[in-house]
Design a protein around this ligand. Structure first.
Ligand code: PGA
Length: 249
């Protein structure tokens, strides 16, 4: 099996002011000193991308956006493009997060276009997929997730430019997590889908996200085909985030 470097990404969502840069700096200093196995990224709100990227330049922590528009520029008030994120110093961009799918009505088709935009700009797209509780209860998890993987990933996806994040909607911000068996089942299915479609499907990183905390990270990160984590709430403070990073050592 191909060696995949683990990836741990913090998603700050709509949290973070200039003062929060101190946490990012502290994380970068800790990572520089302790050299974790995992590649590390932080996705702050758009207002902090450029300043965080400048602050962390040359450090082991990369910076990402939380969303991008499909187009490079134009009359789209309030939106930012993948090119703008790249210009601001970003390496990654999250696309298709369930909060955007829900709050902004983003379809798989839109998410795929955003993934394409990320690749066009030279960013790594972190494409999020995941079922709702109703879908899980109806026994539709694998069907839903496979459908999202198929429709949300652009054809030009490679293991180098794309990461898949499995985030069950019902686990995000709730403190609830799937069992390790449930995580293993979905990650294995995603791996199969990737291998069936892409030559380098075995090399894509597949992250787990949804209520990853210091006390459950070791268990979740040990599951087969879990190549790291997309972490929301627990990424805001180094004291919570660091034990998660260490869990993938
Ligand atoms: P959470 O969020 O860790 O706060 O559950 C994860 C995510 O939405 O990426």
């Amino acid at each position: 099996m191909a060696a995949r470097q683990p990836l741990i990404v913090g998603n700050w969502k709509m949290n973070g002011l200039q003062a929060s840069l101190a946490e990012a700096k502290a994380l970068a200093e800790k990572a520089a000193a302790q050299k974790p196995v995992a590649e590390l990224g932080l996705c702050p709100p758009a207002t902090l991308v450029a300043v965080m990227a400048a602050t962390l330049k040359g450090s082991p922590v990369g910076v990402g956006g939380q969303d991008c528009h499909a187009k490079a520029s134009g009359a789209h008030t309030g939106d930012i493009s993948a090119e703008m994120l790249k210009d601001a110093g970003a390496t990654y961009v999250i696309v298709g997060h369930s909060e955007r799918r829900a709050d902004h009505g983003e379809s798989d088709e839109i998410v795929r276009a955003k993934g394409q935009a990320a690749h066009r700009a030279g960013l790594v797209a972190i494409v999020c997929v995941g079922e709702t509780l109703a879908q899980r209860d109806a026994g539709e998890t694998l069907k839903v997730v496979s459908g999202q993987v198929r429709a949300s990933l652009p054809d030009d996806a490679t293991a180098a430019n794309t990461v898949v994040a499995y985030e069950p909607v019902w686990a995000i911000g709730t403190g609830r997590t799937p069992t390790v068996e449930q995580v293993a089942e979905v990650h294995a299915a995603i791996r199969q889908d990737l291998m069936a479609r892409f030559d380098d499907g075995a090399n894509f990183r597949i992250l787990y996200g949804g209520s990853v905390k210091p006390d459950n990270a070791k268990q979740l990160m040990a599951v087969a085909d879990v190549d790291g984590a997309l972490v929301g709430g627990a990424s805001l403070k180094v004291s919570d985030f660091w034990p998660i990073i260490e869990a993938k050592n």
